[in-house]
Design a protein around this ligand. Structure first.
Ligand SMILES: Cc1ncc(COP(=O)(O)O)c(C=O)c1O
Length: 378
């Protein structure tokens, strides 16, 4: 059987990793500034993580959500404490799209309304409502185009106000920092205005922290720079360091109803063991603080390099907007400098490394990147 060919691939097979280093099938070592698309949070093959997952799978990998799973409560307790959302409730699923799907569905149940406001360049996933709330018509199938989502310009509070005034809006969904959209940061003022407006009008505010959350921005959640508390926060990617998992943090104002939300695999024993290990490592190694410190260094060091138009981001979520398209540069970084990075659109290199990136590794990256800028295309 052939694989369904939906990804343009680099001709590299990664077979092992340690911290921020990864190795391919020929034994070549690469510096990982991509984290497998913002997923690797505590580093590859962290010994505490490996032991926790191995011990759990040897004991019990899965049972069903019809029995008590004490690991779910342990995860909820730890996540509540470290994120500052102790009073919220946690619903566990398996991916980011599912997290947003469930958050929007719950907002619709709660308000009895059907419309969602999302922002230009937003990415919220590839399923049903999540893909409808994603600002990319190319990935929205006719099945998903149900007219339930209205896009407004990020930062345009009057436009949000005008839409909400129509009386049918259940939720506004906003990324803590837009990732796929090119590392675009909503201003703190805009997030505060959005919080005030949605609260006043009884509209649910959902912060999609799937890429920007879990310590990546230097705070546990990127929206915490604005000092707001959304009604729901969606998480995935770094939550279990590569084990598929997602979650919705839900304010105490939402009362659960049996049967309304559910999942077979969500919150299974193995996923919880992985996610608990991640939070233990965060605490032991101060990874959120590390993301802030190393990120600050990178944000400064990358500015002013030849061909760089703008460097934006927070913590270890950084976009380097170049004057020229970056396709050749990204390939050169992999093939010659042995560095993995991400991209957004045509001109932005995206850095989403594991949060354990050391200052030495960051400096090493800047050196390799500078060399690549001088040599690309030669
Ligand atoms: C902000 C944001 N939301 C949602 C998703 C979807 O997550 P998943 O691919 O796990 O469904 C992504 C994935 O890139 C994302 O960056």
């Amino acid at each position: 059987m052939k694989l369904f060919d939906v990804y343009p691939l680099f001709d590299v097979a990664i077979v092992s990793g340690r911290g921020c280093q990864i190795r391919d099938s020929h034994g070549t070592e690469y510096l990982d500034l991509y984290g497998g698309h913002a997923v690797i949070s505590v580093g590859h093959a962290h010994p505490v993580y490996v032991k926790a997952v191995s011990d759990q799978v040897a004991k019990l990998g899965f049972y069903s959500n019809s029995v008590i799973n004490p690991l779910q409560q342990e995860l909820a307790d730890r996540l509540g404490k470290v994120s500052g959302y102790d009073d919220y409730q946690l619903f566990l699923i398996n991916s980011g799209a599912e997290a947003n799907e469930n958050a929007m569905k719950l907002a619709s149940f709660h308000t009895g309304r059907r419309r969602v406001i999302a922002f230009d360049k937003a990415f919220h996933g590839r399923t049903s409502a999540a893909v409808e709330a994603t600002d990319n018509p190319k990935i929205v199938a006719p099945l998903n185009a149900n007219g339930n989502v209205t896009f407004v310009t990020l930062g345009d509070i009057e436009a949000v106000e005008r839409e909400i005034a129509k009386g049918d809006v259940a939720a506004v969904i906003v990324e803590g920092i837009q990732g796929v959209g090119g590392i675009r940061i909503p201003t703190d003022d805009f997030l505060r205005q959005l919080r005030d407006l949605t609260k006043r009008e009884g509209v649910v505010l959902i912060a999609d922290e799937i890429q920007s959350g879990y310590g990546r921005s230097g705070k546990f959640f990127a929206h915490q720079y604005a000092g707001i508390r959304p009604d729901m926060i969606t998480v995935a990617k770094g939550i279990a360091n590569g084990f598929p998992m997602g979650g919705v943090l839900i304010s105490p104002e939402f009362k659960p109803v049996y049967g309304q939300l559910g999942t077979t695999f969500g919150g299974n024993h193995l996923a919880c063991a992985a996610a608990i290990a991640v939070l233990k490592i965060f605490e032991e190694e101060n990874l959120v603080e590390n993301a802030g410190l190393v990120g600050d260094y990178l944000l400064e060091a990358l500015k002013g390099l030849p061909g760089v138009k703008e460097v934006r981001g927070r913590g270890l979520m950084i976009g380097i907007e170049m004057q020229e398209p970056v396709k050749a540069l990204r390939k050169h970084l992999i093939d010659v400098e042995h560095v993995f990075t991400g991209v957004s659109g045509t001109n932005v290199i995206r850095l989403l490394p594991p949060l354990c990136l050391t200052m030495e590794e960051a400096k090493d990256f800047v050196a390799r990147f500078t060399r690549a800028l001088a040599n690309v295309g030669e």
